[in-house]
Design a protein around this ligand. Structure first.
Ligand SMILES: Cc1ncc(COP(=O)(O)O)c(C=O)c1O
Length: 418
């Protein structure tokens, strides 16, 4: 314990999380290790919740952002509900203590087994993505003698303005149904005895930093909701998805949750419907870092350095997958001339670069370095490529810390090989 600071930063010269020196954690767990701040998770969840306080709202935490059980349980403790994107995430939600009525289920390509489980559980909503899927849900519900609660995912043809790989709301993507087709589909669904149409769903992408695309998407589903209500199709909610971005780069401006709520709530109010949100990144992204050790230093031909660390694309895929930026800092900065460096992992891919052309204090082999804002789409996207065991995960809470997911061993990793 080195101080009382909330979140991450240098506290009396040492990088710490909620007052706990991350070097202390790394000494015990080894590296790479994911370190999460409980205080920051709570603070961010509560800020988002507060900003929608003036209207009936439900925050369904997007489990895909960070599916570690302790994090999902924490969300439940804060009053969140759950957004699952696969059968596996439904089971995570249940094990974290959520009831089926707390869970919405989205996803392109839900399998027959996943749909059967979702229908049998009577989830809060299955967000259908195609006419074929609606037929399968209706048949499963009829066979089970239940009315499945369903919504339709609308593709509003809105450019999210984020990276193309995480933009999901324009017409050329695989997600959802166009407004016209979705409307026809709902009218048909409303006539089927085994289906109960409860809402409309839209999610146009992730890491969206301006409110305009999110508002345009909300307007599209709100307009359709009003038409359907006028026709006598009684919806319960509008699910406007997740997607709120965070500031990964110094000086990057992103819409605040207050401004987002102020922009989107007038649109929702006109429908009279409760709003469902599926936030992931905004809550947990800034609440995690990866602590990693420098394992080698190498000169580049142009005079810069390669700082080789023991975390790589198998621990944090975002830079390799999207060219994403993550801040990188020394845990205990040395004094002296700063260096320019590419911070790279040990994986046998040139894309295994965590940060390019960064200014760092001088570093030596054995030094600890942190990669920031890795709480979302970090550990969940880990792989065993190059037969690298997945890293340990730790939560810091009230000046103490605990391992919430232990580091994989070689035996763990090979246990399914026959
Ligand atoms: C359907 C759906 N809902 C919610 C989310 C969470 O998005 P974010 O983490 O950007 O809030 C995603 C992720 O892209 C998603 O696909």
């Amino acid at each position: 314990m080195v101080g009382r600071m909330t979140g991450f930063g240098h506290d009396r010269g040492e990088f710490s999380c909620d007052g706990v020196a991350v070097a202390e954690v790394a000494r015990v767990t080894g590296t790479p290790v994911h370190v999460y701040s409980a205080a920051l998770i709570d603070e961010r969840y509560n800020a988002l919740d507060r900003s929608f306080a003036s209207w009936p709202h439900r925050l369904h935490y997007a489990i895909k952002a960070n599916a570690t059980l302790a994090i999902v349980r924490r969300m439940r403790g804060l009053g969140a509900r759950a957004d699952a994107n696969s059968g596996g995430e439904i089971e995570v939600a249940l094990r974290a203590g959520f009831g089926p009525a707390d869970i919405v289920f989205t996803g392109v390509g839900k399998t027959a087994a996943e749909l059967e489980r979702a229908v049998g559980l009577k989830l809060a909503a299955i967000n259908a993505e195609s006419p074929g899927e609606v037929d399968r849900i209706a048949a499963l519900a009829a066979a089970a003698g239940v009315r499945a609660r369903v919504a339709v995912r609308i593709n509003p043809d809105v450019e999210a303005g984020s990276h193309p790989h995480i933009s999901t709301g324009h017409r050329a993507t695989k997600f959802g149904m166009s407004l016209a087709e979705g409307a026809a589909m709902i009218r048909d669904m409303a006539r089927r005895p085994s289906l109960h149409v409860v809402g409309l769903h839209v999610h146009i992408g992730s890491q969206i930093t301006r409110p305009e695309p999110l508002v345009r998407a909300a307007e599209a589903v709100a307009t359709l909701a009003r038409e359907l209500t006028a026709e006598g199709i009684a919806l319960e909610h509008l699910d406007i998805g997740g997607g709120l971005g965070i500031a990964y780069e110094p000086g990057q401006t992103v819409v605040s949750v207050e401004d987002y709520a102020n922009a989107v709530l007038p649109v929702i109010r006109r429908t009279g419907l409760a709003v469902v949100l599926e936030p992931g990144r905004w809550i947990v992204g800034p609440a995690g870092v990866i602590v990693t050790t420098v394992v080698d230093l190498k000169r580049q031909p142009d005079g810069g350095w390669f700082v080789v660390v023991d975390a790589g694309m198998t621990d944090l895929l975002r830079p390799a997958l999207y060219g994403a930026f993550h801040g990188i800092e020394a845990v205990a900065p040395r004094t002296g001339e700063p260096i320019r460096a590419d911070v790279v992992g040990p994986v046998c891919e040139t894309s295994d670069t965590l940060g390019r052309d960064r200014a760092l204090p001088p570093v030596e082999v054995g030094d600890l370095v942190v990669v920031r804002d890795t709480g979302a789409y970090g550990a969940v996207m880990a792989s065993n490529y190059n037969r690298r065991p997945t890293a340990a995960e730790v939560i810091v809470e009230a000046g103490a810390w605990a391992v919430v997911r232990r580091r994989q061993t070689i035996d763990d990793m090979l246990q399914w090989d026959v």
